[in-house]
Design a protein around this ligand. Structure first.
Ligand code: PLP
Length: 227
């Protein structure tokens, strides 16, 4: 079932790209494995997936030793500062950087681990009280602050759009994140790239692709409902 779901998601990605006049090679699928057992992850691996997303550090720590070494982990959920040291050399990218203090801790731990951490700034575009993320107005000044940190590379922006049964309602959210990334790129801030836009989940990834997503994070659409 998982292999068939992946086939369908990939097909829909291709179709969304075709409609938007984009190259499917521009869109990276992140298979979100939170709460799923390693057997399920291995099914996705056997179907060709290598990039997996988790929202808790603990789950990366538990699953990583049981899975092949070419699996790449993306940290997509809220990250506490005291957990950064555990994930710093295990995550290929941290999508969920939602404060300057968290970014500074990532800098500290990346320096200790002698690596450069790739990060995205999470933006609470819709301004939902229940969601993590920087306010859109804060992002440029945070980028200015981060541009002098040598062990961090800001690669772009991420958002978690509101849950809605009508995916079309999130188009505006995705458009705003894209526009914000364009505005920031135009500022030419040293060491700040805006190549990645991580937006779109099972419900709305096709809309997100139409609006410029370069990474989509799909859980339910691949692994089924979480229990
Ligand atoms: C769980 C999760 C997803 C995947 O959600 P689905 O609706 O199951 O595709 C994507 N992004 C984040 C940050 C998540 O926590």
């Amino acid at each position: 079932m998982i292999a068939e779901n992946i086939r369908q998601v990939r097909e829909r990605i291709r179709e969304a790209c075709r409609m938007a006049g984009r190259d499917p090679g521009e869109v990276t699928l992140i298979a979100v494995t939170k709460t799923m057992p390693c057997e399920a992850v291995m099914e996705a691996y056997a179907a060709g997936e290598r990039i997996f997303g988790e929202n808790r550090v603990q789950e990366i720590l538990e699953k990583q030793p049981k899975l092949p070494s070419d699996v790449r982990w993306h940290m997509i959920g809220h990250l506490q500062r005291n957990k950064v040291k555990d994930v710093i050399d295990r995550a290929e990218m941290i999508h969920s950087v939602d404060s300057l203090r968290l970014a500074q801790e990532i800098e500290t731990q990346a320096q200790k681990a002698d690596l450069i951490a790739k990060i995205l700034l999470e933006v609470n575009v819709a301004g939902e009280a229940s969601k993590f993320g920087l306010k859109a107005e804060e992002v440029a000044s945070v980028c200015e602050e981060l541009s002098c940190l040598p062990h961090i590379r800001v690669c772009g922006l991420m958002t978690v759009a509101p849950y809605t049964p009508i995916p079309e309602e999130n188009r505006e959210v995705f458009r705003k994140l894209k526009k914000l990334s364009v505005d920031i790129r135009l500022k030419n801030i040293n060491n700040i790239n805006m190549n990645v836009l991580s937006m779109g989940m099972t419900n709305d990834y096709e809309i997100a692709i139409q609006e410029g997503a370069t990474m989509i994070r799909v859980g339910t659409g691949i692994f089924g409902e979480r229990i």
